[in-house]
Design a protein around this ligand. Sequence first.
Ligand SMILES: Nc1ncnc2c1ncn2[C@@H]1O[C@H](COP(=O)(O)OP(=O)(O)O)[C@@H](O)[C@H]1O
Ligand SMILES: [Mg+2]
Length: 384
Amino acid sequence: MIVAGVMSGTSADGINVALVRITPSRDRGGAPHIHFLAHAEYPYAKRVRRAVLAAMNSNTARVADLARLNFLLAELYTAAVLATQRRFRLKAELVGCHGQTLYHQGEAAAFLGRKLAVTWQTGDGAVVAAHVGVPVVSDFRPADMAVGGKGAPLVPFLDFLLYRDKRVGRIVQNIGGIGNFTAIPAGASSDQVLAFDTGPGNMLIDAVTERLFGKPYDRNGRIASSGAVFNDVINDVLRMPFFRRKPPKTAGREEFGREFTREFIRRCGRVDKRDIVATATALTAKSIMDALRRFVLRGTHTYRDFVVSGGGASNPTLMAMLANELLPLGLTIRSSDEFGLPSEAKEAAAFALLAFRTWNRQPSNVPSATGANGPAILGKISYA
Ligand SMILES: Nc1ncnc2c1ncn2[C@@H]1O[C@H](COP(=O)(O)OP(=O)(O)O)[C@@H](O)[C@H]1O
Ligand SMILES: [Mg+2]
């Protein structure tokens, strides 16, 4: 079956569409086989991005605009799927559409006398189904939260399928708006997989570049490569409770958005603007390393490969900083492309796979990653 996966992440940079062929396993209960076919990316128009970011900001969001955005994004997702199908002369029979996260709070907090963990992805599945003409699975996260999970990360299901190995342990790092990894020890079963958010991925880099240079991101890490890194600022930030908290844990703009950016720039002080971008880039690298040292690489371990995906893989300055720290630990950086899935396409492909599982009434959360009490069939189905 050809399945389209549609992802738009917390960077709010745009829409990724992956087309994959998924074949069920021959033995019952076995893993399906996933074959990559095509990927395309559709950046949000400037004003759409502005509207999405405004919707994520609870101080400025307006309810009528939120309702409009739900339908507008559905139309943009539809257009993205149709354009990809045309361009590659392929046709999906099912769509998995993640939607745009407007709010995610994986940790339960008090609200009107109850303790609730909540999440909200927008971009209506029924609209996409009607316009693309095939069933759509959307709204994946609540089902995991309903059984006690944090609703994230969900990509570990794909990571486990693609990257597990009998002899080599792999750490699979995605650097989107937020950084997150899946650690799969050699010969692991799925309940031995550890996965959680490591902190800011590109989110802080993007935000300081936007504020100080008026550009949406630090293209090819140019600015960061010409600045100096303030290690004392980084060490200070890494003392925040988020970094010390034991996994499972998730993060988003709620933790590393506007407020965090303002405080980060303040901590850097009156220095060359380039140094602030360099320090933000180094913070991303160090927070990943910090999470690895604290929670993964303790004692003897089987990890050898560090597989990177997401937009951050295209930032050579960030990658060089990471490589420097990984080398002494015996870890080698590999690109997700080497494993048959282009690095920008991985998250979108993951939601194609999750949609396929749901369509077949099969669970696809990884309880050891989300903290759920058990398996859950993720998402809601809209029929065409
Ligand atoms: N050539 C590049 N140089 C530096 N950074 C890049 C480059 N290409 C993409 N990025 C970064 O990747 C981000 C998008 O990553 P993505 O994986 O789409 O994140 P998300 O899943 O949060 O949408 C951009 O905002 C930017 O920071
Ligand atoms: Mg993106």
